[in-house]
Design a protein around this ligand. Structure first.
Ligand code: N01
Length: 490
């Protein structure tokens, strides 16, 4: 962080955006284009959200870089098919600087309370500062509150212990005995990166993941140079990659289609390549492909076959000072323990305390279900909007593409609220009606019927992700359905 950033402070403004990750930057850029005054608050010291926060070994994105970028600014600088965390951080930082958004970000500021009072939001941060804003946009992301498992003895571990998202990259793992809990996307990336560097890697698998074995090929230098030289060529590449990714992503919601058959054949062929039948059996999930998010990795299945990598499927009973004890009685000694155990994916804006119209809180609003209008607005919460809110499309999709649609729509509502001096919120009954349709459809998808548990699901087992395609989201958000909204003067 520069001193310039450190000295910036938050002041009253028309719009406050919470989060300077991919979502917050997308919203800020559009608000700035309209000449509206705004501020972005970010709890971290830098830009990029998840890509700023996550520094674990091997961190990267499982959506190809040429598509995992803003459609107006494809990532031409990426050096590999799937960009590393560092390249993504650089991309989002660079985009925020070039668009001027970075100048509006106040770092190291964690919002704790949002209170709707006298036609505007009072925003309180952890340092006690309060500011007033006519509209607030929550762009807090979904996967940023670490889920630390409740394993006995964790606090007694004598070595280095960290959740994947809190990993300190200056930690040298060469020659260390590393234990990794979890085999989701993060765990698979960590194991792949450490195999051959650490002296041993022990990976604790509670549930196997289906793995799509796509190699992370370098981007040919001629293509990279052509994209850097020509925005038109970069956009062409974005579109081509978009078509490829959507084919795979949409297989989750059309499990009988040709896309799903091709996807499944590739996944099963990868598994067949595991030479040891016992290891292959251990790595074979007992639920439908696509039920949990598929792990995209061209290296994980190779890594777990190495002699210095051990896959442990016996249940963890306890962590002891020197290692991890499993139900079969074995103690797996380790110098380092990395918890790749996922996130509290149903937090959304929380733990921010939100108090809307007539004092209703977000926890009260969400007591039965995650009531939200088209993932972007909340009943009873005037002029509070979201990107990547509940029921954003899921399943190997490119969340950035959904975020762009959300940002465009939200900014239209913000502009209307500010120019007309009104408060905009969705009608509660209409929101409930629309949501029930989404939830009923989501309950028919593989995420709910595939025989697994995952971070897609709410406590009732209903997916919190929508089975809509990006095109359907775009069509749904093309026009503002004013009849669904309650608009009152402020
Ligand atoms: O987390 P996860 P993640 N004992 O929740 C296991 C995105 N992401 O950080 O399946 C033993 O998927 C748990 O086991 P089980 C991406 O969307 C993207 O890996 O619950 N094991 C599971 O194996 C991804 O889907 C990239 O039985 C325990 C693992 O920990 C999402 O983030 C990269 C346990 C958690 O898997 C989350 O991925 C990384 C316990 N007590 C992440 N508790 C990209 O490439 C949990 N587990 C974009």
């Amino acid at each position: 962080m520069t001193d310039h950033q450190r000295s910036r402070t938050r002041t009253d403004s028309s719009v406050l955006i919470i989060g300077a990750g991919p979502g917050g930057i997308a919203v800020a850029e559009r608000v700035a284009d309209l000449g509206i005054d705004f501020v972005v608050v970010e709890r971290a010291a830098g830009l990029g959200g998840t890509w700023y926060q996550n520094r674990y070994p091997g961190v990267g994105c499982d959506v190809p870089a040429h598509y995992y970028s803003y459609s107006t600014d494809p990532n031409a600088a990426a050096t590999t098919l799937f960009a590393s965390g560092a390249e993504l951080r650089a991309y989002f930082e660079d985009h925020a600087r070039r668009t001027g958004v970075a100048e509006h970000v106040v770092h190291d500021t964690e919002v704790t309370d949002l209170d709707w009072e006298d036609g505007a939001w009072t925003v309180t941060s952890a340092d006690g500062q309060r500011t007033r804003h006519r509209a607030v946009v929550g762009a807090t992301g979904r996967l940023n509150r670490a889920k630390v498992p409740d394993i006995a003895g964790l606090d007694r571990f004598a070595g280095v212990l960290a959740h994947s998202s809190d990993w300190d990259p200056s930690e040298d793992l060469a020659g260390k005995r590393v234990a990794v809990v979890g085999t989701g996307s993060s765990g698979a990336q960590i194991v792949s990166a450490l195999a051959g560097t650490a002296s041993t890697v022990t990976v604790f698998q509670r549930t196997a993941s289906w793995v799509m074995p796509v190699p992370n090929e370098p981007i040919p230098e001629e293509l990279r140079a052509a994209m850097l030289a020509s925005p038109e060529r970069a956009r062409e590449q974005y579109r081509a990659t978009e078509a490829f990714v959507r084919g795979i992503a949409e297989a989750s919601i059309d499990p009988d289609g040709p896309g799903a058959r091709a996807r499944d054949a590739q996944i099963r062929a990868g598994l067949e390549s595991v030479a040891d039948p016992a290891l292959r059996r251990a790595l074979t999930p007992d639920y439908a492909i696509g039920c949990k998010r598929i792990v995209f990795s061209g290296t994980f299945l190779t890594a777990v076959q190495r002699p210095d990598v051990q896959l442990v499927t016996s249940r963890i009973t306890e962590v002891e000072p020197t290692g991890v004890r499993t139900a079969d009685g074995a103690l797996h000694e380790a110098d380092v323990l990395i918890l790749a155990t996922g996130f509290h994916a149903d937090n959304y804006l929380r733990p921010i305390r939100v108090r809307g119209a007539d004092g209703i809180t977000l926890d009260e609003l969400w007591a039965d279900s995650f009531l939200s209008y088209k993932s972007v607005a909340l009943p009873e919460m005037p002029n509070l909007f979201l990107v990547n809110g509940p029921y954003t499309p899921g399943g190997s999709t490119n969340v950035l593409a959904a975020i762009e649609e959300h940002a465009g729509y939200v900014v239209r509502l913000v502009e209307h609220a500010l120019t007309e001096h009104v408060a905009v919120r969705p009608d509660t009954a209409r929101t409930r009606e629309l949501l029930e349709a989404v939830r009923a459809e989501a309950r028919r998808t593989v995420w709910a019927t595939g025989g697994c548990d995952s971070w897609y699901l709410d406590a009732s087992g209903t997916p919190l992700v929508s089975p809509m395609t990006i095109d359907e989201v775009a069509a749904d958000l093309r026009e503002v359905a004013w009849g669904d909204l309650v608009v009152t003067p402020v």
